[in-house]
Design a protein around this ligand. Structure first.
Ligand code: UDP
Length: 323
């Protein structure tokens, strides 16, 4: 298939591009490199340095590539930042997202695969979380992703655009070539591994008074390679739907840190901080629907293996990508 990948220079996008190419697909990456890195784009892909803010830029890219499918990874993804700069989230995730939907319809693209998030649910009534749970986001990040999900449902119904929506839980891990490098790192695992690498003196725990066994937030970590696998399955003709992607097991921030200590063999200095606004206490996926309908089978469900792959990448790339 001919696939256009937005945000293909970013963390999850770069790994998906690698997997698409390995599976024999033709790939064009569109990225403005605001978060992504040029060297995170697989050399086998065509690269388009775009700017979705520029009127007509998105449509022009879709006209040029004529893809069978668009995978839309580009967007802003930080819960904490969204609480202080909601405008950025509604703009990048909703306004620019709609440009991709419109261009897809205009150019007769059959399939749209959208990177959504478990943040659309807000604090869940029960765990593990199925796709039918009510969506009540408690941060602008989740809200903005939910808004595009809603638009997609109507674009599917009215225009017949096939839509696969993946609600990722916490993406982590790396392939040999591609890993997680944000210019300002806010994510737990890379921040903890920075301490193990000697690039930071300590890491921080945001909140130790949550209603969880050890007082820290619980998340469901999923290997980025397994996310890529799900995207590939989402390309099946005729397939559409909303799918959670997670492993169904929750780990607290403290458990993640101790697993990092175990994997790296290094002690991690920790400082306890207040809660970060916008964080729900526990998010754990039920991903039975993805397994059942898509045949998704995570290859790396164990937290230790996920962290080991991230550690291998960070050791090889202690400064991340060169650009
Ligand atoms: N977290 C933390 N210290 C950090 C980064 C994150 O304690 O340096 C916590 C954060 O509050 C959340 C969990 O770790 O409860 C996972 O955060 P991350 O930013 O990695 O992903 P998110 O769940 O926000 O998508």
């Amino acid at each position: 298939m001919n696939v256009l990948v937005t945000g293909g220079a970013g963390y999850i996008g770069s790994v998906c591009v690698e997997h698409l190419l390995n599976a024999g697909h033709q790939v064009a990456v569109y990225d403005n490199l605001s978060e992504g890195h040029r060297s995170a784009v697989d050399a086998r892909a065509t690269f388009i340095l775009g700017e979705p803010e520029r009127e007509g830029d998105v449509l022009e890219a879709v006209r040029r590539v004529r893809p069978d499918a668009i995978m839309h990874f580009a967007g802003s993804t930080l819960v904490g930042e969204s609480m202080t700069n909601p405008k950025k989230y509604f703009h990048n995730n909703v306004v620019n997202g709609l440009r991709w939907l419109d261009a897809a319809v205009e150019c007769g693209v059959k399939k749209f695969v959208f990177s959504s998030t478990c943040a659309v649910y807000g604090p869940p009534e029960r765990l593990p979380m199925t796709e039918e749970l009510p969506t009540r986001p408690i941060n602008p990040y989740g809200e903005s992703k939910l808004m595009l999900e809603r638009a997609l449902a109507w674009y599917q119904r009215v225009y017949g655009l096939e839509c696969v929506i993946f609600r990722y839980f916490n993406a982590a891990g790396a392939t040999e070539k591609f890993g997680e490098h944000h210019r300002i790192e806010t994510h737990l695992i890379p921040n903890v591994l920075k301490v193990a690498l000697g690039r930071a003196a300590h890491c921080e725990i945001y909140g130790t008074d949550y209603p969880t066994p050890d007082g820290t937030c619980i998340r469901d970590y999923v290997h980025v390679v397994d996310l890529a696998q799900a995207h590939m399955l989402g390309l099946q003709p005729g397939r559409s739907g909303i799918y959670n992607l997670g492993n169904g097991e929750g780990f607290s921030v403290r458990e993640v840190i101790s697993t990092c200590e175990k994997v790296t063999g290094r002690a991690i200095r920790v400082i306890e901080k207040p809660r970060r606004p916008g964080d729900p206490p526990r998010l754990v996926a039920a991903a039975d629907k993805a397994r059942r309908e898509l045949g998704w089978q995570p290859r790396f469900p164990k937290l230790e293996d996920i962290i080991a792959s991230a550690w291998a990448w960070h050791q090889k790339h202690p400064d991340g990508y060169p650009d």
